[in-house]
Design a protein around this ligand. Structure first.
Ligand code: HEC
Length: 240
């Protein structure tokens, strides 16, 4: 019992100290750990855009101005904001509160110390000085299976991922790969994507990517959208 109340007292003290600091100064290494949440959508590699724009060089950049990012909201583009400590603090506290109608799918960080830590990290990272985020080799966080982008080169996958044929019979897809195996998927569990980037598949050579933990779901990634329907054959008998 005593150790529990002692632990509680420690927690309360830490909370009180945190709350007292009105303008906390940031700790970039703590910020690096916090950045993992952001890394699900943002990389720090120049022009490597994901769900969100690359944050390389964010310090002093005009909001919504990275040319290689196509999906900014008009609100962010038109905001006139330039990213410095003050603007980042307001944005990270409440993105939609700071720039209404912007659409960063992130609720905000209520804790001022955590925001300061992140901003310290972003400032260093922006100048190329920050430590890499541990366990974040590709500039992406560990999001749940399925939605995360890949940065492996899809031109270099093994035979078990090179798709040779896809057929659909009623509610089932049958995907045959270059190793001769055919895997069946329930229709809603197989999705089709395109990747036109430098690491996308070769034209006409789609790639099977597993998604999810159980192995019953997957993606087939094509080089371009017009390949998709031509590739999928309606037939119920397995080709000889
Ligand atoms: C679920 C995805 C997602 C997460 C998580 C996320 N962001 Fe974003 N972020 C976006 C998107 C999308 C935009 C573009 C918003 C718009 O155009 O309105 C954006 C925009 C930004 C911008 C403005 C960039 C520019 O070029 O003007 C900054 C700065 C930013 N995010 C920082 C962060 C930080 C720091 C975190 C972590 C605390 C974070 N974001 C978490 C998706 C995300």
């Amino acid at each position: 019992m005593r150790s529990i109340s002692l632990a509680l007292a420690v927690v309360l003290t830490v909370v009180a100290v945190g709350a007292r600091a009105a303008e906390p100064s940031g700790d970039a290494s703590r910020g690096a750990a916090l950045f993992r949440t952001c890394a699900a959508c943002h990389s720090l590699v120049p022009d490597r855009n994901m769900t969100g724009p690359s944050l390389a060089g964010i310090w002093g950049r005009k909001a919504g101005s990275l040319e290689s990012f196509e999906r900014y909201s008009s609100a962010l583009r038109a905001s006139g904001v330039v990213w410095d400590a003050k603007a980042l603090d307001a944005w990270l506290k409440s993105p939609a509160g700071f720039i209404p109608d912007s659409h960063m799918p992130f609720a905000g960080i209520p804790n001022a110390q955590q925001r300061a830590d992140l901003i310290a990290y972003l400032k260093g990272a922006s100048a190329g000085k920050a430590p890499a985020v541990a366990g974040n080799r590709n500039g992406m966080g560990g999001m749940m299976g399925g939605t995360e982008p890949h940065f492996t080169d899809l031109k270099k996958v093994g035979a078990n991922q090179q798709v040779r044929a896809i057929r659909i019979c009623r509610d089932s897809y049958f995907v045959t790969t270059a190793d001769g195996k055919t895997t069946a998927f329930w229709e809603p569990n197989l999705r089709f994507k395109t990747d036109s980037s430098a690491v996308g598949p070769r034209p006409g050579a789609p790639v099977l990517l597993g998604a999810g933990m159980i192995g019953d779901r997957a993606f087939v990634v094509f080089a371009a959208p017009d390949e998709i329907s031509g590739f999928i054959k309606h037939r119920c008998d397995a080709p000889k």
